[in-house]
Design a protein around this ligand. Structure first.
Ligand code: ADP
Ligand code: MG
Length: 608
């Protein structure tokens, strides 16, 4: 029986129009979702040149009749909904009937498909919406769809695609979003004849391990606790990381009714549940699956968007926060969790309190103002830390002077900064954290760690643009193990990481060996630093070189800056203030944290 019919126009118009296929990743998503909707148990993805040349999806689903196979490529042809009301109770991934029509309009598509009840299958070939071949064929049950030369007839779109590495990363990200909600389906992902992922069927937890588990760290077998809450409104299941297993590189996934979603507000609920348990730069990893009546959410949004609107977000926020807390309280011994605070949703996220120390070891005798001469290998001209500075304050500044790092600075004006003489103004330090400077307009409070971060940030940016670095060889090379998408990302960042002083080399298909680090990081383990860079670049979608350079420079600066606590010498204090004052802007750090705050004369006088 043929099962596909055309949607009436009135319904079609209710469905948000838009470009469904923007890049190979969106095409992959549509194809794999179709396979899942067809009940496939095994799905193979074969990609060439990050999807530019070929994107092929082979499934063992229910296949299509000859007539359906032709209908499938018509606009608004779908077997999944037939009237407007159906839009509000969706349980399938697709429903718009737009995907295949859009794909075949911009690519060369070959489809082979057979239903279990049919003896022979159907082969259809369409190039740019034009049917070029339609015949019977012998093929296994299921559907095999090959999309070649995507955007072959839309040169502008083709040009718009990013590098292969970026597009491949996008493909893998999209793939992760899907495979994590279908653990019972087996998947493979092959790129240019190399198997990047092979995922056998299993439980959700096994799937998460298969995708993210790093056998060397063994984090994913032991580091997570279950979340499990059932209420009338929503059921929440999943896994959240134990505070002591958290790292700076977090995997954060929300799914609702089998779809990946981004949800900054719910993310805040999870972060709030962890407040006081993680140090400030650590993030909780989680995989949280919501199940909710489809009528209570709105998925009828642009097909490429991953935001989903919930009817009762505040209540779900509360339930989510409470269930994460409960999970953490049940399975971790410390710290004590205060359930009384559940009532308000405006709980400030505190980064203070009982904090487990980060894994980087801090050498209290380390002086960031002096490169350790003993075993520093100078790779290029830059013998002493100090000598790197003239280039920062001098000519090279023009390279990025006045250009706020667009990707990381929020568009917001900073606090008023008085004019003052950084060479002579009196300085004091306070609380192991602040420098106080007397200026003609009042007392300038300077967060000294952040001041040092912004100074180092500009230094690193200069080093990146001029390819001059001071590298320190490690006595014992360290190994950085990565997932496939991170390997892709790493190869993309490699030239810049080398330019800034990392000596790295690919060791195996899923690891790099680190043999040298920037001299400023000489006393730290490079692994967490590199992992953090990768996660930040990915999270902030830093897709251009200037964006990821900003991220690399910022991460290194944060790690190399003098930590809070130790008192500085008078010279060190002066040096930080002077160098800071020479920068084009020092009101905020590149990621928007306040560095200086003025207590005006007036304010001081009013106190007396
Ligand atoms: P939608 O998924 O929104 O219905 P598509 O354009 O993606 O629209 O697909 C159109 C129709 O083609 C689907 O409704 C389905 O009936 C059929 N179809 C597409 N891919 C497959 C597949 N892999 N196996 C079986 N049927 C498929
Ligand atoms: Mg579809």
């Amino acid at each position: 029986m043929d099962i596909i019919h055309l949607l009436p126009d009135s319904v079609a118009n209710q469905i948000a129009a838009g470009e469904v296929i923007q890049r190979p990743a969106s095409c992959l998503k549509e194809l794999v979702e179709n396979s899942l909707d067809a009940g496939a148990k095994r799905i193979q993805v074969i990609v060439r040149d990050a999807g530019r040349t070929l994107l092929q999806v082979i499934d063992d689903g229910k296949g299509m009749s000859e007539m359906d196979a032709r209908m499938a490529f018509e606009r608004h042809a779908t077997s999944k909904i037939s009237q407007a009301q159906d839009l509000f109770s969706l349980r399938t991934m697709g429903f718009r009937g737009e995907a295949l029509a859009s794909i075949c309009a911009v690519a060369q598509v070959e489809l082979q498909t057979r239903r279990p009840e049919d003896e022979v299958g159907t082969l259809i070939e369409i190039h740019g919406s034009e049917l070029v071949r339609s015949e019977m064929c012998s093929c296994p049950v299921g559907t095999n769809i090959k999309v070649s030369n995507l955007f072959f007839n839309v040169p502008v779109r083709r040009k718009f695609l990013k590098t292969d590495q970026t597009e491949l990363r996008n493909l893998l990200t999209e793939f992760y979003h899907i495979v994590l909600v279908y653990p019972k389906v087996s998947f493979t992902f092959v790129h240019n004849d190399e198997i990047l992922l092979e995922l056998p069927p299993g439980t959700e937890k096994q799937r998460i391990e298969a995708v993210f588990g790093n056998p060397k760290r063994n984090v994913y077998t032991s580091g997570f606790v279950d979340v499990n809450t059932d209420t009338e409104l929503v059921s929440i299941r999943g896994f959240v990381i134990k505070p002591e297993s958290a790292t700076r590189k977090a995997e954060q996934y929300f799914f609702v009714n089998g779809r990946y979603m981004r949800h900054p507000y719910f993310l805040k609920a999870v972060q709030t549940a962890y407040s006081g348990m993680l140090s400030s730069d650590y993030q909780p990893s989680f995989f949280i699956y919501f199940d909710i009546n489809p009528e209570a959410i709105d998925v009828n949004i642009h097909p490429t968007k991953t935001e989903i609107k919930f009817a009762d977000e505040q209540t779900i926020f509360q339930i989510l926060m409470a269930s994460v807390r409960e999970a953490l309280g049940k399975f971790t011994l410390a710290p004590q969790i205060d359930f009384d605070t559940n009532g308000s949703i405006d709980i400030p996220i505190s980064h203070d309190g009982p904090v487990r120390p980060p894994q980087v070891t801090v050498d209290p005798t380390y002086n960031p103002f002096h490169t350790r001469s003993s075993h520093t290998m100078q790779q290029t001209a830059a013998p002493q830390w100090e000598t790197l500075y003239p280039s920062v304050s001098g000519r090279s500044n023009e390279i990025y002077q006045d250009r706020l790092p667009s990707s990381i600075i929020p568009a917001e004006t900073g606090p008023h900064i008085p004019v003052f003489d950084a060479e002579t103004c009196p300085l004091w330090q306070y609380g192991g954290k602040y420098i106080l400077a007397a200026t003609p307009e009042g007392l300038l409070l300077i967060n000294r760690h952040r001041a040092h971060v912004v100074v180092l940030y500009h230094q690193f940016m200069t080093m990146l643009s001029q390819d001059q670095c001071a590298m320190q060889q490690l006595l014992f090379p360290e190994v950085l193990s990565l997932q496939p998408d991170e390997m892709v990302l790493m190869s993309q960042l490699l030239p810049d990481l080398k330019a800034i002083g990392f000596e790295v080399e690919q060791l195996t298909p899923d690891s790099y060996s680190i043999q040298g680090v920037p001299a400023q990081l000489a006393n730290q383990s490079p692994i967490p630093v590199l992992q953090y860079i990768l996660s930040q670049v990915r999270e902030r979608e830093a897709n251009t070189q200037s964006e990821w350079r900003e991220q690399i420079a910022l991460t290194l600066a944060e790690n190399a800056a003098v930590p809070y606590g130790r008192d500085l010498t008078a010279e060190e204090m002066r040096e930080i203030v002077q160098r800071m004052a020479q920068l084009p802007q020092f009101a905020r750090t590149p990621d928007g944290k306040t560095i200086v705050s003025l207590m005006t004369d007036d304010e001081i006088n009013k106190r007396f």
